[in-house]
Design a protein around this ligand. Structure first.
Ligand code: FAD
Ligand code: SF4
Length: 511
């Protein structure tokens, strides 16, 4: 064999340069489903199903092109259980001249495959991933001579580089962002009739994967009963089209809003398809830009959506590769609480958390604000160990891959990086949740109360968070207003708040 072309579960693009010049007689594609990848941290059954189903569809598509694919299934009796052990077996039996691999998105996987190749003295050709708009090198250059990194500046550079939503060197519409027009709540009336996203019934391939996952990963969390995700490029394009036509026009307006029993709202549901490389981000961005130029979506909606992909998605990848592996060890606020057990069961009387976690277990999905301002916020305020909450996020979402999950969790939501990602902690009380959703209406707690029987745990823990982290936060100008309000609380009330906060923490340990 000349080249063994390793294709990982999140590299399922038929446009990958690793496949350029593929020789049908001398080269082979190598893919493996291994238990380690669903077990090194737990993996939601829908997440494992997504990866395995998309991999098997990719395998079949490549085979239909006449390409040889060496493929190990999860339930193969001889499956060695880890990527490196499986690869070693193939190296011994096939003696390839070289291994070719698209740059992995995961630090741990990259290291382990590099070691395997080195151990067998086989040249490893790393091919750049063409599913990103910027390179790690560009990000490094962006960081040079900057004391503080901020998404906004990187995003503007990428707007200029790509020409997306640009008029010469100026942003279309005269502004780089339209946040002041976006981010509404549904108010008292609620969202009304919402467009139902296109669903993809599991085909025979996916049904077989679901059976395997239910058998081999039976102890893993989550359910496969609602699985209707796009698992091929063709389906992912249909999902994108459906979003652009029916939900993008209101994406900006309601991107931060939440509503009981409404899982999808105006979100795109394409993160996993992007992360598995079924879709190319530039294709998605151009589709949104085109919809704006055709007059089908307002500029704030198109810009708000494009910013998520051209901005945030590229930015977090840059952060991941620049700061790993020690980024994962960061704990700037010295948070030491364990993860509450209800994160795995949704068994809590806090309605916002119950809704968000139950939906997560049912679908492997929660939208950005549910992740940041419900589960992430609670964990930040409670003071959960960053690594414990990181492992939860990596486990429970269908789109969870380390390079995007880690900066979002360790940096944006937990402020464990001390301000690399975000200029201040996303700390808020129950009042924010009350403003952006109707969760509080169905809750036994009151978002305005911070002590007493009906005190909302978010509100109690919010003040306690500011109080206990005061020494670390007081130098941060962006926290000045919040800290000023803390100082207005009379001493006796603060004592009662602290006591209440300790009792919440203790009650969660008992769970
Ligand atoms: P939409 O709301 O429709 O947004 C469009 C696209 O923009 C998404 O598909 C995604 O590709 C991109 N995007 C939006 N926000 C971000 C962001 N903050 N960082 C990177 N890309 C973004 N996203 C993942 O893909 N995998 C993760 O493991 C992940 N973990 C997260 C953990 C936390 C604590 C937080 C706060 C966010 C996380 N995100 C993650 C980002 C975001 O929540 C999801 O991408 C989004 O909810 C996916 O749903 P959607 O496709 O409907 O997105
Ligand atoms: Fe969540 Fe507090 Fe509102 Fe209940 S009252 S839904 S716990 S924010």
């Amino acid at each position: 064999l000349r080249n063994l072309i390793v294709v990982l579960g999140d590299q399922l693009s038929d446009q990958s340069p690793a496949l350029d010049g593929f020789h049908p007689k001398q080269d082979a594609i190598w893919m493996a489903e291994v238990r380690d990848e669903s077990r090194h941290v737990w993996s939601h059954k829908a997440r494992s199903t997504y990866f395995l189903s998309a991999m098997r569809h990719f395998r079949d598509q490549q085979k239909s092109l006449g390409r040889k694919v060496l493929y190990t299934q999860l339930d193969d009796v001889s499956n060695a259980g880890s990527l490196s052990a499986e690869l070693e077996k193939s190296i011994k039996s096939r003696t390839p001249g070289a291994i070719r691999l698209t740059e992995p998105g995961d630090f741990r996987v990259k290291k382990s495959l590099e070691e395997t190749a080195r151990g067998h003295r086989i040249p490893l050709q790393l091919v750049p991933d063409n599913h990103f708009i910027s390179s790690n090198q560009e990000f490094e250059e962006h960081c040079r001579d900057r004391k503080q990194l901020r998404l906004e500046f990187f995003y503007r550079e990428l707007r200029k580089k790509t020409g997306i939503l640009m008029e010469g060197s100026e942003p279309l519409g005269g502004a780089w962002n339209f946040d002041s027009e976006n981010r509404k709540s549904f108010g008292k009336k609620g969202p009304g009739l919402l467009p139902v996203p296109v669903a993809f019934e599991p085909d025979a391939n996916t049904r077989q994967v679901i059976q395997t996952v239910e058998k081999w990963l039976s102890d893993n969390p989550g359910s496969t009963k609602n699985f209707d995700w796009p698992v091929t490029t063709e389906q992912a394009r249909a999902a994108l089209k459906d979003f652009i036509e029916h939900r993008l026009p209101h994406f900006g307006d309601y991107q931060d809003a939440m509503w009981t029993s409404q899982t999808w709202l105006y979100h795109s549901r394409i993160s996993a398809a992007l992360n598995l490389k079924l879709l190319n981000p530039m294709e998605v961005i151009r589709a949104a830009e085109k919809a704006y130029h055709l007059g089908r979506v307002p500029l704030p909606a198109a810009e708000g959506f494009i910013r998520q992909i051209l901005g945030w998605r590229e930015y977090v990848r840059g952060i991941y590769w620049k700061f790993m592996p020690d980024y994962l060890e960061r704990n700037a606020l010295n948070a030491q609480q364990p993860l509450p057990a209800f994160f795995w069961t949704a068994n809590t009387d806090m309605h916002c958390l119950r809704e968000t976690i139950q939906q997560t277990l049912d679908y492997g999905y929660a939208h950005h604000i549910q992740r940041l301002m419900i589960t992430g916020l609670f964990s930040l305020l409670l003071g959960v160990q960053p690594k414990a909450i990181h492992e939860w996020y990596l486990a429970v979402y269908v789109d969870a891959v380390e390079w995007v999950e880690v900066p979002n969790v360790i940096g944006m939501s937990q402020f464990a990086d001390g301000g690399v990602m975000a200029s201040k902690p996303y700390a808020a009380s129950g009042a924010y949740i009350n403003r952006m959703s109707n969760y509080c209406q169905g809750c036994r707690y009151k978002p305005t109360e911070s002590t007493g029987e009906e005190a909302c745990p978010f509100t109690t823990l919010y003040w306690d968070f500011l109080d206990r982290n005061l020494p670390l936060l007081k130098g941060n100008m962006r926290m000045a207003m919040q800290l000023k309000n803390l100082q207005r609380i009379p001493g006796s009330e603060l004592q009662a708040l602290r006591k209440k906060a300790r009792s919440i923490q203790e009650s969660l340990h008992v769970n």
